[in-house]
Design a protein around this ligand. Structure first.
Ligand code: SF4
Ligand code: SF4
Length: 219
């Protein structure tokens, strides 16, 4: 919590909490042990990306749900994260995400620690889309790196790995290519990840899914 800013009081689902004035609601909730689904939010990013469309909440002063990553806390704010309107929007965002996700939890390295599994549980919805037709990218696994694999079919384009990779400065290799359905994680020059990156696994630690996963160690 930024110590230079005034402490304000608000409530989330009836629970009174304290936060620093101007702080984004998502971080205030998470810091107080209240989970709001999110994938693209990064605390260090000055302005939120607000692209994953999962963190919808209802606020007493607003007619329509707002994304918790983009709204600043205010004194006396009353927040409802379980309202029907916000849940409907968050579930729709999740369904859209999962309509292009190669769901195969039983054989996925992230099974049991995956944030998609956690979000499905919190939103009380299925990992498998119910309304939308599946449209899977069918991209090749990149196993060229000695330490980890990249399975772009399990990538949700959250950008966490790209943010971590950019901390490497000139050695950074990850970025996004293309737009819309064709958008995907790649390396600059679209080279196999093993050609560009060797000894760092910061991206793997940041990944909320099984898209980036350490290789099994030999027995
Ligand atoms: S990334 Fe998560 S939801 Fe997707 S297959 Fe792996 S464990 Fe299942
Ligand atoms: S590889 Fe993982 S961290 Fe990177 S954009 Fe995809 S889901 Fe996010």
């Amino acid at each position: 919590m930024n110590k230079d800013k005034a402490v304000i009081r608000l409530s989330i689902d009836g629970k009174p909490i304290k936060a620093r004035a101007g702080e984004k609601l998502l971080w205030a909730a998470l810091d107080n042990g209240i989970y709001i689904p999110n994938l693209c939010a990064l605390r260090a990013r000055p302005e939120p990306d607000a692209s994953c469309r999962l963190c919808w909440v209802e606020i007493d002063a607003e007619k329509t749900p707002v994304p918790a990553c983009a709204i600043a806390v205010k004194e006396g704010m009353v927040v409802n994260i379980c309202g029907e309107k916000s849940l409907t929007l968050s579930r729709a965002g999740f369904e859209l995400l999962m309509a292009s996700h190669a769901l195969d939890c039983a054989r996925c390295p992230a099974n049991g620690r995956c944030e998609l599994q956690k979000i499905a549980k919190v939103l009380k919805c299925s990992l498998k889309p119910k309304q939308l037709r599946l449209l899977l990218p069918d991209l090749p696994l990149d196993d060229s790196n000695p330490l980890f694999n990249l399975d772009p079919n399990k990538c949700v384009l959250c950008g966490r790995c790209v943010w971590e990779c950019r901390k490497q400065g000139e050695k950074a290799v990850l970025g996004f290519a293309h737009r819309g359905f064709a958008r995907r994680l790649t390396t600059f020059g679209d080279k196999p990840i093993g050609n560009r990156c060797f000894d760092c696994t910061a991206c793997v630690k940041a990944c909320p899914t099984g898209a980036l996963a350490l290789k099994d160690k030999p027995d």
